[in-house]
Design a protein around this ligand. Structure first.
Ligand SMILES: C[S@@+](CC[C@H](N)C(=O)[O-])C[C@H]1O[C@@H](n2cnc3c(N)ncnc32)[C@H](O)[C@@H]1O
Length: 260
């Protein structure tokens, strides 16, 4: 692991965790990128590309005259992508250098939350944009995650414990709400923010289920929640008659332009 990243691509279930997360977010990310006017010949960078669903889509958008660079601490899954206009790099966005004035678009989703100094990384990304280029950053705010309709005490208890455990490991559970200010402070112009959430019935919420499954043992070991409570929650994900609507986290999608 490098910087503050608390997950590990080699762990069981990590690909699936990233897959369901991507499935939830891709529609928003693609629309936001399309709104930038992306087209043939653009030069794009995706930081922390994960399993590459956005990267793959970008290669189709920029065509054979364009170029997509995608990076990750562990780029094995990105190397499985096959496109002539794609360059895959093993790269730590906190520690490794990035070029100057190179990209028309830089996109970063659910990565800054894992970094010790996201604000410094934003400055680096702005420098890597061509003048007039666009930076799109998307991050979660977990404050809505313990909410459900109707309110459910066990769900609230387990998810509040999960948020507290994550925060103790490093990630800022509320980074999303700070993103607009950070983008303004980084000197971006035309900053445009959109906040979305995807409430769903509990048995149809795989993105939440995989997170609880992944954190089950660490949560119990931390003493923050009982095994009975967490197993009760997990059983309900698998119960098709459960009609609890979960609110999930909110995703803050913020873009801005480098002046010039
Ligand atoms: C939650 S995943 C998000 C993946 C992808 N952006 C998406 O939204 O589908 C976070 C990704 O960021 C990568 N990552 C974490 N810290 C990083 C760093 N310092 N530099 C580059 N990538 C990093 C991780 O390896 C992981 O693939």
């Amino acid at each position: 692991m490098t910087d503050g990243y608390i997950f590990n691509t080699a762990e069981d279930g990590e690909h699936e965790r990233l897959r369901v997360q991507a499935e939830m977010c891709d529609r928003l990310t693609r629309r936001r990128i399309q709104e930038t006017g992306i087209g043939e010949g653009w030069s794009c960078l995706e930081v922390g590309g994960g399993i590459g669903t956005v990267t793959r889509w970008l290669t189709g958008q920029v065509g054979s005259t364009g170029r997509v660079v995608t990076t990750d601490l562990e780029p094995e899954w990105l190397r499985e992508l096959d496109a002539d206009n794609l360059e895959v790099l093993r790269h730590d966005v906190s520690a490794d250098p990035l070029g100057e004035a190179e990209f028309d678009l830089i996109t970063v989703r659910l990565v800054l939350v894992h970094l010790h100094d996201p604000r410094a990384v934003l400055d680096k990304l702005v420098t890597a944009l061509k003048p007039g280029g666009t930076l799109l950053v998307e991050e979660c705010d977990l404050s809505t995650m313990p909410l459900s309709d109707p309110p459910d005490e066990t769900w609230h208890e387990v998810i509040s414990a999960l948020i507290s455990l994550l925060a103790s490991m490093g990630p800022d559970p509320y980074l999303g709400r700070r993103l607009t200010r950070m983008m303004l402070d980084a000197g971006l112009h035309d900053v445009d923010s959109e906040v979305v959430a995807y409430p769903k019935l509990m048995p149809e919420s795989p993105s939440l289920q995989v997170q609880v499954v992944k954190m089950r043992d660490p949560l119990i070991e931390s003493g923050r929640v009982s095994q009975d409570a967490i197993d009760e929650v997990l059983a309900r994900f698998g119960d098709p008659t459960c009609d609890l609507v979960l609110h999930n986290s909110t995703i803050h999608s913020v873009c801005g332009r480098r002046p010039g």
